[in-house]
Write a protein that binds this ligand. Structure first.
Ligand SMILES: Nc1ncnc2c1ncn2[C@@H]1O[C@H](COP(=O)(O)OP(=O)(O)OP(=O)(O)O)[C@@H](O)[C@H]1O
Ligand SMILES: [Mg+2]
Length: 592
């Protein structure tokens, strides 16, 4: 049997979930027994590719052959160098997806060929295409691209089926920010509006703190760290650790031994204390900038903030105290922890996969709609007084229209004897196209010459549930279609190149199986053995042995976990088994 999984392909972490036999979504664990896999790819000294924990470990020592946060480059022509190799952002994402797929197959004990993959609601067309292509390169049919806040809303909604209320999902992750406003009614989740910023997240908090730490180092030692790649990655890692500490404590020391050479050439270390107040001051503007998309989404949904019954916080960065405080201030009350901030998106993706296969709606009676978060249109000339001005944006699909949607408009020629019409497609909210994003351009040739305005060209925009736009144009009188002249997705590969890239990646990956253990630092679980069965046997044996010596208050839980795991294995319910496996591993690790 082949499984359809839900994948949260995050900027910093990725997660995979699947439905269990009862139709409930569960997270799968990776080869290290963890639910979160760092979205990091590295090439080691032997030319082997690593994905996940081991790649993240080497980021600090070999930044020149390691890549993190590739999601921020998706859909853009920003190639990645790993040592002497070059990859596109799509190929790096494909390597991550391939590793996730293999881990999922291992957890589920069967082939995984299809997936629902989540993307930020505010991802552009090119970013979505790139994500879809990455799936294909990884040997996964991307059954659906699902917006991340919509996925989180599904995970929330499935536990609140009787609720009739408006909900706002605030999703601040490692690299992107999304906000969605939904109406819940009798199991129907209706997305009313989405807004966001696809280049804002916790990584920007790290950057802000790292810059301050760098300045402190310079103040203490008189040496600038600008351009020192090794020092910069260490600063950023230390900044992230300090940021996470400051979520629960008021002040934390940051010590980085031998960060760079001091003035006299001797090694110089960074030693400072960061207070939460200091950190808050550094990130206030960034956090405040999330308020505007919230306003805009509420306005588009024609709702006041008072009408929002529940604010659902998602994404690791929603844990930052200042974020919670500003959101609470904005709504005049505390947000509730309705869902697990790290896990909701992947769980929602698995639910969506279940909706597709029919496994979910039967059990839960849930349905969800979505919107296109930005306006899509074409460039036209407009008459202002007696003047004709070009460069005016004429919307075809206004933002926050429910999808899928198809709209056709006709445009007339503007000059006598005109034989061709250029159709330029833009995304954005500005009145002039120069302030919007050019997506594609088409030239419609073979227009029968005539007086200005005599001939008409019909333009049809079709925006599908994956958020991907298809444009067709036609001369009304002849039926002639246009040819694409500017393809802003030109970094997309053609079918043959895709096949070539797919085979090359599979070769590079296959020739070099990822090592299961990090290159440094011990892993808190036993290295994987040959098969999941053998793994589970070993785990059960270890756990059973531990029961006798475990503290009395833990013994019942240990026993019941062992029994439940045996039962799940006997029933061949691999998803439940995988979850229990992870719980048991965690517990054993805690027991030491
Ligand atoms: N306790 C914490 N306090 C503050 N920040 C945290 C905490 N835990 C995690 N984070 C931050 O959350 C971010 C990761 O969040 P998450 O895993 O939701 O993002 P992602 O899904 O990888 O990214 P995105 O959704 O933007 O693509 C990182 O910047 C991380 O430092
Ligand atoms: Mg995320």
């Amino acid at each position: 049997m082949s499984h359809v999984v839900g994948i949260d392909l995050g900027t910093t972490h990725s997660l995979v979930a699947a439905l269990d036999s009862a139709g409930r979504p569960n997270l799968l664990t990776n080869r290290l027994g963890k639910r979160l896999t760092p979205s990091v790819v590295g090439l080691d000294a032997e030319g082997r590719l690593h994905v996940g924990e081991s790649a993240r470990e080497q980021l600090l020592v070999h930044p020149e052959r390691t890549i993190a946060e590739v999601k921020r480059r998706m859909g853009r022509d920003l190639p990645v160098t790993l040592g002497d190799r070059r990859y596109s952002p799509t190929e790096i994402s494909a390597l991550i997806l391939r590793a996730l797929r293999e881990d999922a197959e291992r957890a589920l004990g069967g082939a995984v060929t299809e997936a629902v993959v989540t993307v930020p609601a505010y991802f552009s067309d090119a970013q979505r295409q790139a994500t879809k292509d990455a799936g294909e390169l990884a040997g996964l049919k991307v059954e659906r691209l699902l917006n991340e806040p919509t996925a989180a809303a599904l995970a929330y909604g499935v536990n609140h089926l009787d609720a009739e209320q408006y909900v706002l999902v605030y999703d601040l992750g490692g690299g992107t920010f999304d906000v969605s406003v939904l109406e819940m009614f009798q199991g129907v989740l209706d997305v009313k509006a989405s807004a966001g910023n696809n280049q804002l997240g916790g990584s920007d908090f790290d950057q802000a703190l790292a810059a301050w730490l760098g300045a402190e180092f310079e103040r203490a030692h008189g040496v600038s760290l600008a351009g020192n790649l090794a020092a910069q990655v260490r600063l950023k890692a230390a900044a992230e650790a300090a940021k996470i500490a400051l979520t629960s404590v008021e002040a934390t020391p940051v010590i980085i031994p031998f960060l760079a050479q001091g003035r006299g050439g001797s090694p110089a270390s960074l030693e400072v204390e960061v207070t939460r107040a200091r950190f808050d001051a550094l990130i206030t503007d960034l956090v405040r900038s999330t308020l505007e998309p919230m306003e805009s989404a509420l306005k588009d949904a024609k709702l006041s903030k008072k009408s929002i019954a529940e604010v659902v916080l998602v994404g690791g960065s929603s844990r930052v105290p200042l974020v919670r405080r500003l959101v609470a201030e904005y709504f005049g009350r505390e947000p509730r922890d309705g869902v697990h901030p790290d896990e909701a998106v992947a769980l929602g993706a698995a639910l969506q996969a279940g909706l597709k296969t029919g496994a979910v709606s039967a059990a839960h009676g849930i349905m969800i709609t979505d919107v296109c978060p930005f306006t899509l249109g074409v460039e036209v000339q407009a008459t202002v007084g007696r003047e004709r001005v070009g460069g005016v944006f004429s919307p075809l699909i206004p933002r926050n229209t429910t999808v899928p949607v198809s709209r056709t408009e006709t445009f007339a020629t503007t000059a006598d004897g005109q034989r061709a019409v250029e159709i330029r497609v833009f995304q954005g909210e500005a009145r002039l196209v120069k302030d919007n994003l050019l997506l594609d351009a088409y030239t419609v040739e073979g227009v029968p010459p005539g007086r200005a305005g005599a001939e008409k060209v019909a333009v049809t925009f079709t925006y599908d549930i994956n958020g991907i736009l298809d444009v067709t144009t036609r001369v009304v009188s002849t039926g002639k279609e246009a040819t694409l002249v500017v393809d802003k997705r030109s970094q997309r590969l053609g079918p043959e190149q895709r096949l070539e890239a797919k085979e090359r990646l599979a070769r590079e990956w296959g020739a070099a199986p990822v090592s299961a253990t990090p290159l440094s630092a011990p892993v808190p679980v036993a290295p994987p053995v040959a098969s999941p069965e053998a793994d589970a046997d070993a785990l059960l044996a270890a756990a059973t042995e531990r029961i006798a010596t475990a503290p009395a208050n833990v013994r019942p839980r240990l026993e019941s976990l062992c029994n439940a795991l045996r039962e799940a294995r006997a029933k061949n319910d691999r998803v439940t088994a995988a979850r229990l496996d992870a719980e048991l591993t965690d517990l054993l690790f805690d027991l030491g």
